[in-house]
Design a binder for this molecule. Structure first.
Ligand code: ATP
Length: 353
């Protein structure tokens, strides 16, 4: 089922929460709404579910406008952060509840509940009550309950945020597997960029009720269109720069710490003031042929699989770097040459933030 939003706006009282959201989620897509707390993600999800109506704009499922259609007529399945299971019902009863409401005959109900529990691998727990289950198991039941109605659209609101780190990783894999198996159009709200990067077919980054960027994880991570997106989706080093040369496949930039070579200039023009951005993992330790910098080590943090460096450029600008598979000790205060490949740099207009 394709989901289309057209210029959707929503305010609570005098506070605008969604300010003209237009979006197309393709059939079978696993689509993420990503953004900081308060940016309007949950409001947007509830609006798609039908719990809220937009003040202006339209919500479409396929070729049907859903404005005014109540939640129970939209055939969406929703999973909440806190599972929202009935404590006094068994797992099977919880999952079957939505079918009972829809007056599905008993025999079919039992079969569909069994199927849904099998999808989330909880078939052995059908007779337990929620308080006899772990958090991860409860979340599987909540997923089964959403899937059992065979929704056209599955809506997930921070489904993993109540789980511990290890379980979160495990459930990420589960959600990916279940999505591959069911191919249900899924819209997933989170503020966890790793969750979005690791699972999304595409994602939208929201800020203050507006969409800043839509794209697949690699594109958004490697070519963010604003500083906000770059900083939200990962760590970024920024240098102020001026464009010296703006070519179709390469550009040159003047920064306070020397001239940089970067990839295509895109929309940037000679003389323009820009931000030059690059990720900590793009900083390669050791000397290099281009974009070489001499730094001094401010501090080092060993994390096992990587080592995090806080470096300092000649003019005092801090620079973050990471080294995978760290195998040598470099003391704070020591000089460290580094370099950045031109293709790992991104250019943003200085006025964009
Ligand atoms: P979080 O990750 O913290 O849940 P969010 O991005 O999902 O954040 P929303 O829950 O959509 O954000 O809230 C967006 C804004 O709208 C917030 O400022 C919130 O206080 C406000 N808001 C949300 N629901 C209501 C409501 N029912 N009445 C009034 N204000 C609301």
């Amino acid at each position: 089922m394709k989901v289309t939003l057209r210029q959707v706006t929503k305010a609570f009282g005098a506070t605008p929460v969604l300010r003209g959201i237009s979006l197309e989620v393709a059939p079978h897509e696993l689509f993420f709404l990503l953004g900081p707390s308060g940016c309007g993600k949950t409001t947007l999800l509830r609006l798609i579910a039908g719990f809220y109506q937009p003040d202006a704009g339209e919500v479409w499922f396929g070729d049907r406008c859903m404005n005014g259609v109540p939640p129970h007529r939209r055939n969406t399945g929703m999973v909440f952060q806190n599972y929202a299971l009935w404590p006094h019902l068994t797992v099977a009863e919880n999952v079957g509840y939505g079918l009972e409401v829809r007056r599905v005959p008993r025999a079919e109900r039992a079969q569909r509940v069994a199927e849904a529990l099998a999808i989330v691998q909880m078939q052995d727990y059908a007779e337990r009550t929620p308080n006899q289950l772990s958090g991860g198991q409860q979340q599987r039941v909540a997923l089964a309950r959403a899937l059992v109605i065979r929704p056209d659209v599955l809506l997930l609101d921070e489904p993993l945020s109540n789980l511990d780190a290890r379980l979160r990783l495990e459930m990420r894999e589960e959600i990916r597997r279940i999505h591959r198996q069911t191919r249900i159009t899924t819209i997933y709200v989170t503020h966890d960029q790793k969750e979005a990067l690791s699972l999304a077919d595409r994602l939208a980054v929201l800020r203050d009720g507006q969409i800043e960027q839509v794209g697949d994880p690699r594109t958004v991570y490697r070519t963010p269109v604003t500083r906000f997106v770059a900083d939200f989706i990962g760590e970024t080093n920024w240098l102020p720069a001026t464009v010296l040369e703006a070519g179709a496949d390469r550009s040159r930039l003047q920064t306070p710490v020397g001239v940089f070579e970067a990839g295509p200039a895109g929309q940037r023009r000679v003389g323009e003031a820009v931000w030059l951005g690059f990720r900590p993992e793009a900083v390669r330790l050791g000397p290099g042929p281009v974009n070489a910098l001499l730094t001094r080590i401010r501090s080092v943090t060993y994390l096992g699989e990587i080592e995090q460096y806080l470096l300092e450029l000649a003019d005092g600008t801090p620079l973050k770097a990471v080294e995978p598979n760290p195998d040598q000790i470099r003391p704070a205060g020591a000089p460290l040459p580094v370099h950045v490949r031109p293709g790992d740099l991104f250019l943003l207009p200085r006025q964009a933030n």
